[in-house]
Design a protein around this ligand. Structure first.
Ligand code: KIV
Ligand code: NA
Length: 265
């Protein structure tokens, strides 16, 4: 079929179906993941961690994320490509956000953007979505605010926090967000938000009631070194596979077992 559109994600919500979203940062993984049924590819600023080796997402620049977005767009023939707006590239004004977001569509080839922030980002979401840029609003734990939030912590546990989260989700939907993404939110709270919204919800560490789920691909496929968050499920052990393959290659080079006549001219 053709390109996944925001209206197809809305149809998932309307018809009680789910969709899978996964991060991608290059054309090869973008192509493989969409062939495997991933409908939405997120060029997340998590690339700061997964690709560039930073310890937070704060250092990600627009220029660097544009490079990854272009690569993903080239690899994605079917999936909807969503790019994150990096920290510091959108908060000053809706106009600043539009200028940045437009670059991700014009230069990056993305189809939509994702913005971190609660109710205070509603005017920005309204400005972008009313000027032709589809927006996913990212609420709950927002990694760009890690220092203000006091580290990686579940958001919306207390009743007043949960109520604020629900209010924010409603305000962002009202502002035109085509989906609301919730990170590290109690499952029951996320379920209440999903029920209250017309648009699809997407969860990461937000339980099973959301319309879609998203994970960082290196976490989900077992490439990330060290501890991964509780909400990650590992579907493959790629680090082990890579190590074994590379060790075999090195071993055969050192012993002279590779190359043989078969690999020679
Ligand atoms: O950057 C990212 O990968 C994200 C997801 C974790 C939602 O924002
Ligand atoms: Na992100």
């Amino acid at each position: 079929g053709g390109r996944v559109r925001t209206r197809h994600l809305q149809a998932c919500k309307d018809e009680g179906r789910r969709f899978a979203m996964l991060t991608a940062y290059d054309h090869l993984t973008a192509s493989l993941f969409e062939q495997s049924g991933v409908d939405v590819l997120l060029v997340g600023d998590s690339a700061a961690n997964t690709v560039l080796g930073e310890s937070t997402t704060l250092p990600m620049t627009v220029e660097d994320l544009l490079v990854f977005t272009r690569a993903v767009s080239r690899g994605a023939r079917r999936a909807l490509v969503v790019a994150d707006l990096p920290f510091g590239s959108f908060e000053n004004s809706p106009e600043q956000a539009f200028t940045t977001a437009a670059r991700f569509l014009k230069e990056g080839g993305a189809h939509a953007v994702k913005i971190e922030g609660a109710a205070q980002t509603a005017p920005t979401v309204r400005h972008l979505s009313s000027h032709g840029i589809p927006v996913i609003a990212h609420i709950g734990f927002t990694p760009q605010s890690e220092h203000a939030l006091g580290g990686y912590r579940v958001q919306g546990r207390a009743d007043d926090e949960a109520a604020r989260l629900l209010d924010a989700a409603r305000a962002l939907e009202d502002a035109g967000a085509f989906a609301v993404l919730m990170e590290m939110v109690p499952a029951a709270v996320a379920a209440r938000v999903d029920e209250a919204l017309r648009v699809p919800t997407i969860g990461i560490g937000a339980g099973a009631a959301t319309t879609g789920q998203v994970l960082v691909w290196q976490d989900a496929l077992g490439l990330t070194q060290g501890r991964t968050p509780r909400f990650v499920k590992q579907y493959a052990r790629l680090a082990d596979e890579l190590r074994a393959g590379v060790e075999a290659y090195v071993d055969e080079v050192l012993t002279g077992a590779f190359p043989t006549e078969q690999h020679s001219f």
